[in-house]
Each structure stands twice: as structure tokens, then as C-alpha cells.
Design a protein around this ligand. Sequence first.
Ligand code: ATP
Ligand code: MG
Length: 437
Amino acid sequence: MFLSKLFLPITKNLPSDAKIKSHQLMLRAGMIKQSSAGIYSWLPIGLKVMKKIEEIVREEQNKIGAQELLMPTIQPAEIWKESKRYEDYGEEMLRIKDRQGREMLYGPTNEELITDIFRSSIKSYKSLPQMLYHIQWKFRDEIRPRFGVMRCREFFMKDAYSFDVDEANAKISYNKMFYSYLKTFKRLGLQAIPMAADTGPIGGDLSHEFIILAETGESKIYTDKSIFKIDVNNYNFDIKSLEKMRNDFSSVYAATDDKFEQIKFDKLVTKQNQIITKGIEVGHIFYFGDKYSKPLNCFIDNKDGKKNSVKMGSYGIGVSRLVGAIIEANYEKEVMKWPKSISPFDVVIIPSISKNNKENLTKSLKLYDDLKKQNIDVLLDDVDENMSQKFKKHDLIGIPYQIIVGSKSTESKIEFKEINSESSFIDFKEVKSKIKS
Ligand code: ATP
Ligand code: MG
């Protein structure tokens, strides 16, 4: 892609409510445009990043055997009345009437709908376990939408649901998701900490929020430095190992505000190891047994001939929130650096051009074609601007690698720079391995 052709409406004027870096940067770099409070259009660069995140989430869900489907955004009110959540959900639910006067709603989550799909087709224990997920827009009429894509009214979420014959099996599904989440966040360049979360009126200990540390986060968190030593890559995808992984995490103190206990914290974590900071919730997993399957009559014939309610869990990842969260985690000193796994481009070529010197541009075009042939997604900055303006712009766009074509580069050696570090001269042949390593 040529920068001159790219739809990248860079803006300088920021609205006064853009208080945190990710919100400011996404607006400045033309990644999103607000259409109304808490509702955004995703412009090409923003959408590209979000799609890459979505794809990583999808791959990691598929790896643990979850199957993708797609449920609609608009749901009938009936199933929510069956679960008794239609009233409880309150004003956060956007309620709509169709032309026949039927009550509908824009889905804030999908427990009811997936249970309805499940109950109408699965009747026997032999078909279990199952894990189903979709990646779809949600709507919650948040009272104070803020922080750009982090707390929106319309947002993009991966939500998965597990179905098991009993609690013991449901915990196995839960652990698989736990594992998948850690793998996903790692691939996104994030260190997400699983924290035991409140389960509300259902009780039990099986709910975890996945939180990344960030000063701008909304949740206050308390944990022990040693939690960073637990590495998901040291565990295997088998029942025993996954259980050990979750036990290892549970043995280290990690809590958000609502579960925090000062006495326990001081007793279990040495002063030097205590971390008290803020964090952003990027995922949330939940085991809730038959909270929905019972009222919705989702029963299966069990081995012993009895009918049992299906034991369920639900598992969310905020795909659109992650775009903002990743910026918060990576933005430093006015420079953005995307993790390569989700960068809008693999590399940018920045030639020094002027009216009477087009030589660098010609050289760059050749490099551009060569990189394209190697399947590298490359942006060529062919805009007629001085180099300092260009560098400023690329600090904002955040492509992690730059090739600078100026007087210093020769036929055989080119100037290569990783954003936020010094440049060096390398052989053109080395570019691919540098970018892809
Ligand atoms: P929060 O506590 O941040 O309000 P929640 O607990 O209500 O979130 P869940 O129902 O657990 O959210 O949703 C799963 C994931 O969806 C969250 O972990 C978060 O990443 C994302 N998410 C939830 N609400 C929003 C929102 N208003 N805007 C963007 N992403 C959201
Ligand atoms: Mg949550």
C-alpha cells in the first residue's frame, strides 16, 4: 500500500473527552471515528488491527476444540423472559420493537440464545462436551461510555459457551479456556493476569478476570510479583497439566478491588513483592452450572437414564477493547509500537524525497516490489514531506519496522530501524528474517 492512497485521516484536534493515550492515538491516527456516544466506525487501519486480533483469538479458540458459529445481534425478548433476565438486565439493555410490535433487543451477551440453540438439538450425554463460540457485536447502553473503544456501547466480543454433563467435566472445559486465554494474550504481546473474580449470587470460586496492568485501567488490582513467573508455555494441553496450571495461578495472590482483603494480602505477599496498581479487564471466564439451562429447560439424557440439566460456562474476550488496551500497554514517550502479530503493516519504507530528487523514491519502489513478492505487507511512504514530519507520523502509526532510504543507503546496504531504537545498515536479504523473526 502507498501511503498517499491510504485512507488515513490523521487529525490534530482532539475532543476534550479523549483523556487517555489509546483514545487520543486512535483518533489522531484515524483508526476510529465516533458516530455517537460510545459508538464508533472502524476506519481501515483500526479495522485491520482489530481483524488481526480477532484472527488470533479465533485460532486459539479453534486449537482447544471450540467451534465457531454466528448468532445474530438482534434477539427475541422471550428467551430472556424465560431466564428471568429481561427485567434484571435493566437499562443497559437496548430494547426494540419490530413492526409487528414484537419485543426484541440488541444482544448484550448470548447465554440465553446459545442455550436455546443447544436445547433444541442436543438431547444425549453422548454429544457432550461441546464448546461453541462466536465473535460478534454486542450492545450495552453503558451509563458513561468513555476511554474510546475501551468502554463503548457497541463493542466487538468473542463469547464462548461450554456444555458438560457434570461439574467435574465442566471444570475441564473451564481449564481449557483458561489456557486458551493465556495463549491468546501472549500472542498479542500482553501479559494478562488471571484474577479470581466475584461470581455473584451463584457462588463458587470459578470465575476469573484476565487483567493487564495499566495505569489507565478502571480496576484496582493487588498481586504478587511472582505471578509473572508462571508461564503458560510450561504446561501441556492435558487434563492434569491444565489443572496444575490453574492451581499454580491460584496459589499466588491476585485480586481486584471487589475481592481484595488487606490482611490476607499482607500475610501472603512480602512487602517487596506487592504490586498495587490498576488494570484493564480484557477477558472474563465464568462457570455458572445450570443457571440458564434449568430455567430454559436444557436437559440431556444421562448415562444412568436420568435427565440432567446441562452444566455451562461462558467466556468473553473484548476484541475491540483489546485494540485500546494494547496501545495502553505499548505506548511510550509519544511513540507507538505495535506487537508484530497485529501491526497494521509489517514494515514501512520511508524514502527521503524532494522535488528534484526522485532517486530515493525509485529505489524504494524496487524494494517495495521485492518485499511484496516475499509476502510482506509493506507500506511505502510516498508522500512529499520532510523526514522529520514523516518520522512523527510513523511514531503515531506504530509500524514496528522502518526501512529508511536516504543518502546513507547504498545498493547493497539499507538503513533498517526498529521503532524506538537506533538504526543499522543491513543487507536487503536480511530484511525478511528481521521482520518475521
Ligand atoms: P466491565 O467489568 O469492564 O464492565 P463486564 O464484566 O461487564 O466488563 P463481561 O460481560 O465480562 O464484561 O464481558 C466480557 C469482555 O467484554 C470484558 O472482559 C471486556 O473485555 C469486554 N467488554 C465488556 N464491556 C465492554 C464495553 N462496554 N466496551 C468494550 N468492551 C467491553
Ligand atoms: Mg467482566
